[in-house]
Design a protein around this ligand. Structure first.
Ligand code: APR
Length: 317
């Protein structure tokens, strides 16, 4: 259990996170901050706290519209930002199209973290994922191990779910890894996809796996199209909680994480999804995978897309 976990943004993802942080007793105090009035953050926390006798948790909370509630947090999760939503004409925007709006919000978030919990480990979820993490880095310059983004764990979970369905086996039997940027060029790593330790191709034919990988890349949009308003929020929150628990309990768990690369995978100075060891210090190690030539080419294409958005971030003062 940490002393204090801060949560910025108490919307769909933040709401599930707040509830689960209480339920799983991950911190003595959960601090929720949201700008939405009259006082969304306080209302959400009071609602959860009033249920706490039923689930049996004594987690305390701080909540409000000001960043000062984050004072002294050990870990901060950032969900502040507009989500993708289906347009009236039925089309679905890319995550990159959120950049202008979410950059402005991110600058406020960075200032809040800088003032009230500059030493916190920061886990960011807002989209476009890799670019927003890059912006936080640009504004905060934290040590490399203290800043990361959640995307790969979610994309991998989607891949695992689809593979389990196709193979007719438990989701618990499927391990998989999706790397690169959290955009349409993300890279499902087939050579890492295993079912109870065996290659996935033993259970699912190549064509079906290719279709699954295409579906995985577009899985966020598939949900958006059905919801009508907003984007997926339960699975993103659960994926972030997997990372939070790895940190809180110092698990040394290998999780696909958006982390700063400084030469690893031949990438310099960009935040990209790679396998990392997550523990109490945050990103404790970056694992270098041996990719097949096809996977390597796909990874490089995804990195090029991340760089393009990062360059757009750099262009905004
Ligand atoms: N500070 C704090 N909270 C803010 C700020 C800010 N400057 N600006 C907006 N918010 C809050 C909103 O008031 C809202 O309650 O962020 C919350 C976002 O919640 P939702 O709109 O429900 O979005 P959600 O589905 O939770 O997604 C949040 O994560 O996966 C990404 O694409 C998604 O960028 C989006 C983010």
């Amino acid at each position: 259990m940490l002393n204090k976990i801060g949560l910025i943004g108490g919307g769909n993802i933040g709401g599930v996170l707040a509830q689960e942080l209480f339920r799983r007793n991950l911190a003595k105090t959960v601090a929720l901050m949201d700008v939405k009035g009259p006082d969304l953050a306080k209302g959400k926390c009071l609602d959860i706290a009033e249920g706490s006798p039923i689930i049996g948790t004594d987690v305390r909370y701080a909540a409000g519209k000001d960043y000062d509630v984050l004072q002294g947090a050990d870990l901060v999760i950032n969900t502040a930002g507009v989500p993708r939503t289906k347009r009236p004409d039925g089309t679905i925007p890319t995550r990159e199209e959120l950049l202008a709006t979410n950059l402005q919000i991110t600058d406020q978030v960075a200032e809040g973290i800088r003032r009230y919990c500059p030493d916190a480990i920061v886990l960011s979820i807002a989209n476009p994922l890799d670019a927003i993490v890059y912006r936080l880095y640009q504004k905060l310059h934290p040590p490399k191990h203290k800043l990361m983004g959640m995307a790969g764990e979610l994309d991998s979970a989607r891949y695992r779910y689809f593979v389990a369905q196709a193979a007719g086996v438990s989701v618990e039997n499927v391990v998989a890894m999706v790397l690169g940027g959290h955009g349409d060029d993300m890279v499902p790593i087939r050579s890492c996809c295993r079912i109870a330790g065996m290659p996935a191709t033993k259970f699912v034919d190549e064509k079906t796996l290719t279709d699954i990988e295409t579906r995985t890349r577009k899985a966020g949009g598939e949900v958006i199209g059905m919801l009508g308003v907003g984007s997926a929020f339960v699975s993103p929150a659960l994926a972030a909680l997997e990372m939070v628990e790895a940190i809180v309990f110092d698990k040394k768990k290998i999780i696909a994480t958006c982390a700063l690369l400084e030469g690893e995978y031949g990438v310099q100075g960009l935040f990209v999804g790679v396998p990392v060891v997550l523990g109490r210090n945050g990103v404790e190690k970056i694992i270098q995978l041996d990719l097949t030539p096809e996977e390597k080419a796909a990874f490089e294409k995804s990195v090029a897309a991340v760089k393009k958005t990062a360059d757009e971030v750099l262009a905004v003062a």
